[in-house]
Design a protein around this ligand. Structure first.
Ligand SMILES: [Zn+2]
Ligand SMILES: [Zn+2]
Length: 427
């Protein structure tokens, strides 16, 4: 699903596949841009088999049901005619058909566990991508050749997620994400240092009588932030304070908690909902939630899309110099989160086109806790594999351009491909 578009414009370009059969769909992880229109795809290609990890299936089904609710509301509010693009029933039926696959097991596209003598079979194998719960990179093997797709990956530990464990053997073709390709890693950046900087910034806000808003994605970033806040309290960097999250975020956090001991992660015994005891806000209660001093509001959406909890709350705090808005992950520069993050103090921003503009007087800071690999780590990984071809995906144009230029000079023997949408690429 295209994260910046809405309605039918957000659907994949099915036209280019109109006269094809799709045998299988491999889902790397549960984020909306990877699963958000899966029921539509399954309607168009009813014979395609769908593969993902069990955690991604649980996350995906919860997110898709939430999307149905959001789309139904938008249909009523703004008369988006094509909405909802799919229904609750269709989502239930779709998720019943998903095949759950463990990590590190060779599975044939036909759905069977691969047998040794099946030399001709196309097989895939999931590897832990360290990005969010259930996330994978996917190794395809066919005709004695290999394609590895990184999905969204992190090669560093986060607070909950552990760094990716990816294949290091020779790969023929590498399909690689480039989300952070336009950000150089600051020389003095360390995760521990960044954590301390965040704790101190929260403390400063509390001391001057303000609250902190952290816009987060419901899946991944919410749980990482809750775990960070838990650590700050345990390490006595901060004393007890109330935390607020959104309804969808609490459902995602429940999944993290339920799967805590089944997954490879840090703090495996930490039950986030129990230990951090967040108050849960929804689309109604957010309207009566005042910005109270000494509290952290970790609300979605991460991009502060209009009408979401983080957008509504941001409009409440943005003009007050006591409060803080802290950005801790990716936000498109044209999104309301991007606009506010890059805003000059005192200048007017328009966070919701249906509301009036507001002057930015709150404290705004940015912290680097990305769930995506640093570009330096992506380049190192590509050099380790030194594949014949590298296909660059999942990045804004400046990010892809930097990756392409760097890989071209560092790996002169490899062909670097930036695939234009809708054009077939011969691998
Ligand atoms: Zn992702
Ligand atoms: Zn993604």
């Amino acid at each position: 699903m295209h994260p910046k578009n809405t309605g039918e414009d957000a659907l994949p370009n099915f036209k280019v596949m109109a006269d094809r059969e799709i045998e299988a769909v491999l889902i790397s992880h549960g984020h909306q841009d990877h699963t958000g229109t899966l029921p539509v795809l399954m309607r168009r290609f009813p014979n395609a088999r769908i593969f993902m990890t069990e955690a991604t299936a649980e996350i995906g089904s919860t997110l898709l049901h939430n999307s149905v609710n959001v789309m139904t509301r938008q249909h009523k509010e703004i008369g988006a005619m094509s909405y909802p693009l799919f229904t609750h029933r269709e989502t239930d039926r779709a998720s019943e058909l998903w095949h759950w696959c463990p990590l590190r097991q060779r599975i044939s596209i036909s759905g069977e566990r691969a047998r040794q003598h099946e030399k001709d079979a196309v097989t895939f194998e999931f590897f832990d991508a360290g990005h969010v719960l259930g996330s994978t990179g996917i190794l395809l093997r066919a005709e004695g050749r290999t394609i590895f797709y990184t999905g969204d990956v992190n090669f560093d530990d986060q607070t909950i997620m552990e760094a990716a464990i990816f294949p290091e053997e020779k790969i023929d073709i590498l399909i690689m994400e480039c989300t952070r390709g336009d950000h150089a890693k600051p020389a003095d950046w360390t995760r521990a240092g960044e954590e301390r900087r965040l704790a101190e910034a929260i403390d400063r806000t509390f001391k001057r009588g303000g609250c902190v808003l952290i816009p987060v994605f419901a899946l991944g970033k919410t749980q990482e932030v809750l775990a960070l806040l838990y650590k700050f309290r345990r390490e006595r960097l901060l004393s007890e304070f109330p935390i607020y999250i959104g309804g969808l975020s609490s459902k995602m956090t429940d999944i993290y908690d339920r799967r805590a001991s089944m997954t490879r992660r840090q703090l495996p015994r930490l039950q986030l909902m129990e230990e951090t005891a967040p108050f849960v806000l929804n689309g109604q209660t957010i309207h009566d939630a005042p910005a109270r001093a000494g509290r952290v509001y970790a609300l979605s959406s991460g991009m502060m899309t209009p009408k979401t909890l983080s957008n509504i709350f941001a409009r409440r705090v943005v003009e007050n110099p006591l409060h803080s808005v802290f950005f801790v992950g990716y936000a498109d520069s044209q999104s309301p989160a991007g606009l506010l993050r890059d805003a000059v103090p005192g200048v007017e921003v328009m966070l919701d086109p249906d509301e009036s503009g507001q002057r930015v007087r709150c404290n705004i800071e940015q912290f680097q806790f990305s769930a995506h690999a640093a570009r330096e780590a992506l380049i190192d990984y590509a050099k380790k594999l030194s594949p014949r071809k590298i296909v660059l995906v999942h990045g804004d144009p400046p990010a892809v351009e930097w990756m392409q230029a760097t890989l071209t000079s560092e790996l002169p023997a490899s062909e670097i491909i930036v695939p234009p949408p809708g054009i077939e690429v011969e691998l």
